[in-house]
Design a protein around this ligand. Structure first.
Ligand code: FES
Ligand code: FE
Length: 437
C-alpha cells in the first residue's frame, strides 16, 4: 500500500476523487481518531436519556470510552473519560443507569458524578496518604460539553468554536424535530438497535445522504414489484419512493434537494410520494398540534419533510424513519451503529408505537432497508482491500454544483455527490488544521 504523504494531501484528496487508501490504511484511521473525533464536536447522548441527577449512559468519543452523567448536585452534564485514575480500568461497565457513585471494580476506588475521587480503600497503605482532591486521580472531564435542544455533544479540545456555530444550519433540523411535539419535547428513550459492520466509518456517513443508491441498493423494497412492507398503519401501501409523476425512480430522487455545508453537514430534502397520513390517532395528533401552535404554524411544522440530516462526523437524524443514528468507528474496517427511535411527548401513544415498529422494519439489524446498505459497505471494504481502480470517485455534479461554505448551503439534486465532497472538505480541514472556506 502506498504510504500517505501528509505534507501533501492534494496527492490523495482531489476534486471529485479520493485515494482508496483513505478507507483502508490503519494509520489514516488512527489520525482520524485523533484529529476528527478528537478535534471537533462529537454527539454523545440526548438529555432525555439522563433526566435526573446521577443518571448516566456509557458511550465513546471516537474509540475512547466515556460516561455521560448528570451531576447529582448541580444537574450539569459531564462527559467523563471512563478510565480509573488508579491503574486505568474502565470504571463503569453498564450501558446506562443511575448511580450515586462510580466504584472501580479492580481495587474499589470511588468517584462522584463530577469525576472526583471520593474514597480509596486501605488509604493508610500510601506513604503520604492520597490527596483525594488531586485531579490526576479522578475521572477526567472532557473540556467542552454543550447541548443544543437536548442533543449533547462533547469535544476533546478546548479551543474549538462553540457548538451552535459548529452546528450552523443543521440546528434547523433539530428544531424541526422538536417542533413536531405539541409540547416541544422529544425523547430518545424508546430502546436502541446496535450492530457492527465490516467497513470503514465514512461509508455510513456517505450513505445516509446518498440519493444515488436507493433505487438500486433497495430495489427489493422500493421497486413497484418489490413491495416488502407497508408504511405506518395509516399510510397507503406502495413503494416508498419512485413514482412522483414519473415511472423512473431516478427522476424521483432527482427531484429531492440536497444541501451541504463546509462543516461536512448535509440535509437531504423530502422524498416524493410519501403517502397521506390519516386515521384516528393521526387526526388526534393534528388537533393537538393545531391547539398548541395554531393552524398555520402547525401546517408549517408538519409541512417540513426532509429525509436525512448528517451532523458531521457521527450523527444522523432521520425524519422519515424517525430516529437518531450514532456512527461509532471501531477500526479502519469495523464500525458500530446505534439507532434510537425518536418519540414525541404529548402525542397519542399509538404514534410513538408506530415509530418504533417502523424503525424495526427499516433500520434494525434484521431490517429490510439498512441491511441492504450494510451489505454494500462490506462489499466496498472487500473491494478496496483488493486491487483495481486506485481512486474512489465522487464526481457526480462536480463543476456543476456549487462548493459549500460555512453558512451558505450549496444546493444540488438528490443524486449528486455534493454531500460526500462536503464531507471530504471537512475531513481535509480537520486533518490538516486548515481554515474552513
Ligand atoms: Fe481502578 Fe485500581 S484500577 S481501583
Ligand atoms: Fe440506503
Amino acid at each position: 500500500m502506498r504510504p500517505i504523504d501528509f505534507e501533501n494531501l492534494d496527492s490523495v484528496v482531489q476534486a471529485g476523487r479520493v485515494h482508496a487508501n483513505l478507507y483502508r490504511d490503519p494509520d489514516i484511521f488512527e489520525l482520524e481518531m485523533e484529529r476528527i473525533f478528537g478535534g471537533t464536536w462529537v454527539y454523545v447522548a440526548h438529555e432525555s436519556q439522563i433526566p435526573d441527577g446521577g443518571d448516566f449512559i456509557t458511550t465513546h468519543v471516537g474509540r475512547k470510552p466515556v460516561i455521560v452523567v448528570r451531576d447529582q448536585d448541580s444537574a450539569e452534564v459531564h462527559v467523563l473519560y471512563n478510565r480509573c485514575g488508579h491503574r486505568g480500568a474502565v470504571v463503569c461497565n453498564l450501558p446506562s443507569g443511575n448511580a450515586r457513585r462510580f466504584r472501580c471494580g479492580y481495587h474499589g476506588w470511588v468517584f462522584d458524578s463530577a469525576g472526583r475521587l471520593v474514597s480509596v480503600p486501605l488509604k493508610e497503605g500510601y506513604y503520604d496518604g492520597v490527596d483525594l482532591g488531586d485531579p490526576r486521580y479522578g475521572l477526567v472531564n472532557l473540556p467542552r460539553v454543550a447541548s443544543y435542544r437536548g442533543f449533547i455533544f462533547a469535544c476533546a479540545r478546548q479551543d474549538v468554536e462553540d457548538l451552535e456555530t459548529h452546528l450552523g444550519p443543521v440546528k434547523n433540523s433539530i428544531d424541526d424535530l422538536v417542533a413536531r411535539s405539541p409540547v416541544g419535547s422529544i425523547r430518545v428513550t424508546g430502546g436502541v438497535h446496535k450492530y457492527l459492520f465490516k467497513g470503514n466509518w465514512k461509508l455510513q456517513i456517505e450513505n445516509v445522504i446518498d440519493g444515488y443508491h436507493p433505487s438500486f441498493s433497495h430495489v427489493s423494497t422500493l421497486d413497484e414489484r418489490g413491495r416488502q412492507f407497508r408504511r405506518r398503519g395509516e399510510e397507503k401501501e406502495g413503494p416508498a419512493i419512485g413514482r412522483a409523476g414519473s415511472d423512473d425512480p431516478n427522476e424521483a430522487i432527482a427531484q429531492m434537494d440536497v444541501s451541504s455545508y463546509a462543516q461536512g453537514h448535509s440535509i437531504s430534502g423530502a422524498l416524493p410520494e410519501r403517502g397521506d397520513k390519516s386515521g384516528p390517532a393521526y387526526q388526534e395528533y393534528l388537533n393537538l398540534m393545531r391547539q398548541a401552535y395554531g393552524q398555520e404554524r402547525a401546517e408549517e411544522i408538519l409541512g417540513k419533510d426532509w429525509h436525512n440530516t448528517l451532523v458531521y462526523p457521527n450523527l444522523c437524524l432521520q425524519m422519515l424513519a424517525q430516529h437518531v443514528r450514532v456512527i461509532k468507528p471501531v477500526a479502519v474496517d469495523r464500525t458500530e451503529v446505534w439507532v434510537y427511535p425518536i418519540t414525541l411527548d404529548g402525542v397519542p401513544e399509538q404514534l410513538n408505537h408506530d415509530v418504533i415498529k417502523y424503525l424495526n422494519i427499516t433500520h434494525s439489524a434484521a431490517s429490510l432497508i439498512q441491511t441492504d446498505d450494510l451489505e454494500q459497505f462490506k462489499r466496498i471494504q472487500v473491494g478496496l482491500g483488493g486491487d483495481g481502480a486506485e481512486w474512489v470517485s465522487f464526481e457526480r455534479g462536480l463543476f456543476r454544483d456549487p462548493v459549500p461554505s460555512e453558512d451558505q448551503a450549496a444546493h444540488a439534486i438528490g443524486s449528486s455527490e455534493l454531500p460526500m465532497r462536503a464531507q471530504w472538505q471537512a475531513w481535509r480541514t480537520l486533518m490538516t488544521g486548515e481554515q474552513r472556506a
